[in-house]
Design a protein around this ligand. Structure first.
Ligand SMILES: [Zn+2]
Length: 240
């Protein structure tokens, strides 16, 4: 059973420390920066042995070099973005396996936010790391891909078991929830979640992780019935 530690950095990024106690291995997912990550690992008594990048954006890879220099961690990231992440040691794509001690992860290609974006699913741990593709009540902006690709990503992720915990890379939930309420004004699950998220954020608490089941009920992008509907919602949210 893995343990996962949330490290809030920059204005709204979450870096995730993933610890597998049997082997003692620890992976960092999407280190925007190094120092708070190294400190958090030290505080837990965990030694970082791997870094997993979901995509090339600097707020997901900026800590790679310094963490590797400090720990010797092996860095794994998307094959299609290797030219943009010069610190990568290993490149992976759809269907490839990543291992953290005895825990096995499966790589899922989820292009659209960036052209080579990946998610990492740990089926035995009911956990998926989705970077900037699936957010709580939202999805990533379409910087390097199409609505059709993002629609396919949402279908792939929606097919994971409902009890799968979703660890995304930003605290965007309140803004997403406000848009979701506007997109689906009759959806009572969305209304209730907007209330909950508002309360949590007023208290300064995190709203991530979420679950696939919760997203299937309240995420207007995962709930879009067609590419056209997702595209219209993405444009509307960009201007919300
Ligand atoms: Zn990004």
């Amino acid at each position: 059973m893995i343990e996962i530690e949330r490290i809030p950095v920059l204005s709204d990024n979450y870096v995730w420390l993933v610890h597998e106690p049997t082997s003692g291995e620890t992976a960092v997912v999407d280190p925007a920066v190094a120092e708070p990550v190294l400190k958090a690992a030290d505080a837990k008594g965990w030694k970082i042995s791997q870094i997993w990048n979901t995509h090339w954006h600097p707020d997901h890879t900026g800590g790679n070099a310094e963490i590797k220099a400090a720990t010797g961690a092996v860095i794994t990231g998307p094959a299609a973005e290797s030219a943009k992440i010069p610190t990568l040691d290993r490149t992976v794509a759809e269907g490839d396996t990543v291992r953290l001690g005895g825990v096995e992860g499966r790589v899922i290609d989820v292009p659209a936010h960036t052209a080579g974006h990946i998610a990492i699913h740990l089926p035995g741990e009911q956990t998926v790391f989705t970077g900037d593709t699936l957010f709580a009540m939202g999805c990533g902006r379409l910087f390097e891909g199409t609505a059709e690709q993002m629609f396919g990503n949402m279908r792939k992720l929606a097919a994971l078991p409902d009890n799968t915990s979703v660890y995304c890379a930003h605290e965007y939930t309140l803004s997403n929830a406000r848009y979701a309420r506007a997109a689906e004004p009759d959806n009572r699950d969305i209304a209730a979640r907007l209330d909950l998220v508002t309360t949590l954020r007023e208290r300064g608490e995190a709203t991530v992780p979420t679950t696939i089941g919760l997203e299937r009920a309240t995420n207007p992008f995962m709930r879009a019935d067609s590419v056209e509907e997702l595209a219209a919602r993405r444009t509307a949210k960009d201007n919300f």
